[in-house]
Design a protein around this ligand. Structure first.
Ligand code: 5GP
Ligand code: ZN
Length: 114
């Protein structure tokens, strides 16, 4: 999608601190980290939000979650703990309408159930 920030990062048109790339997703540092570890996992495919997922995306969603758990281990926060967030829509504060998971950790996180 031409006017999408994360598509532009995927295509190298906007710089980002890229941490991994494979055939299905990229991961990069959030520009405004909320914790010592704050990584975004973004599918290469432009999917606007959780609401747009279809059964065909099952494997992709699993891949994103597994990529986040692998990164948590690599960054040394698997045992101390972390959150994986998928904000959807205005009430959740979704800012970028290209599906992404947040991996947040490296400090004690406060309650975030709203
Ligand atoms: P959302 O609120 O949509 O779940 O999260 C969007 C995230 O993207 C926010 O945490 C925000 O800091 C991050 N973000 C926004 N613009 C940029 C950017 O240009 N580069 C990077 N690396 N992250 C961004
Ligand atoms: Zn996009």
């Amino acid at each position: 999608m031409s006017d999408c920030l994360f598509c532009k990062i995927r295509d190298g048109q906007i710089p980002a601190k890229l941490l991994m790339r494979d055939d299905r997703c990229i991961a990069f540092e959030d520009i405004h980290p909320q914790a010592p570890v704050h990584v975004l996992f973004v599918p290469l495919q432009h999917i606007p939000s959780n609401n747009a997922l279809t059964p065909e995306d099952r494997e992709l969603v699993g891949h994103l979650v597994l990529s986040a758990s692998r990164m948590a281990a690599e960054r040394g926060i698997a045992e101390s703990g972390y959150r994986v967030l998928l904000n959807t829509g205005p009430d959740a504060g979704q800012q970028v309408f290209h599906l992404h998971l947040h991996l947040i950790g490296g400090r004690k996180l406060k309650g975030s159930m709203g």
